[in-house]
Design a protein around this ligand. Sequence first.
Ligand SMILES: NC(=O)c1ccc[n+]([C@@H]2O[C@H](COP(=O)([O-])OP(=O)(O)OC[C@H]3O[C@@H](n4cnc5c(N)ncnc54)[C@H](OP(=O)(O)O)[C@@H]3O)[C@@H](O)[C@H]2O)c1
Length: 268
Amino acid sequence: MKYMKLNNGIEIPIVGCGTNTYGKEENQYSGALRGDTQEVDWAIENGYRHFDSAQLYLNEEVVGNGIKKSSLPREEFFITTKLNTFEGFGGAEWAHAEIEKSLEKLQTDYIDLFLIHKPWDNEAEMVEAWTILEDYYNRGVFKSIGVSNFEKEHLDLLLENSSITPAVNQIKSQVGHWNDTLIDYNKSKEIATVAWSPLKGIDENAQQILEEIGNQYGKTFAQVVLRYQIERDVIVIPKSHNKERQAECLAIFDFELTADDRDRIAAL
Ligand SMILES: NC(=O)c1ccc[n+]([C@@H]2O[C@H](COP(=O)([O-])OP(=O)(O)OC[C@H]3O[C@@H](n4cnc5c(N)ncnc54)[C@H](OP(=O)(O)O)[C@@H]3O)[C@@H](O)[C@H]2O)c1
């Protein structure tokens, strides 16, 4: 595993495991919880230690239960979760209650990376929410804090009105929507980028080109895409409901893309 150092010195595994459908009936996002932790168990067996969770997914306990079941020390894991701001901000009391629920469901007394899931249309509230995250950070409950789906103007709002720079901006970055301008902006502010849904957006034509590239290295199209991202310091959180494909997504540290191949991928 390769680690990246965040702007506060904390190290994050550059490949994490997406979890938004784990533990759910028929692997469906809106499915009810099955009550087991199969995919998390496989991921841990495969060597994943970084898990990307969120209050919105309604399955933080699946991640928490799986980690607990592994009997590995908590410090071996890097757990991300996110404040559910899809309905906006419910005030300080609401935020504190939601955060306490996350800690309970994840069965931990600290969270490695806590994010605001998405911006909303109220600047004062966004600054207030960030101040709450800063407070948990200062008390050591959150080891790092960041944001998700923030555009430049949202980042600027926090940079201009608070004291802690987000460690991470988790955004959509995938074939057909690399999001290069925002990634460059993140980088210029020492904000690491995490790419969500890194394996989506691949049409037949793109898949064929990626397979052609992968064949030179004995790698699959998915491994080529993930490798492309980590070579430009973008953290990836792929998700699979299949143990072998989970393992495949981790086996990307034994090859290097040529500059020509990187250019071809960038053009997809
Ligand atoms: N912050 C946000 O707003 C946000 C938004 C969306 C997602 N996320 C996070 O990002 C994570 C990943 O995104 P995602 O779950 O949407 O999708 P993803 O990881 O980009 O793609 C998942 C799809 O890729 C397939 N796949 C996985 N590994 C593969 C491999 N080695 N070869 C071929 N196919 C493979 C999976 O199928 P199989 O299961 O059949 O292998 C599944 O259909 C989420 O789980 C969530 O944690 C965050």
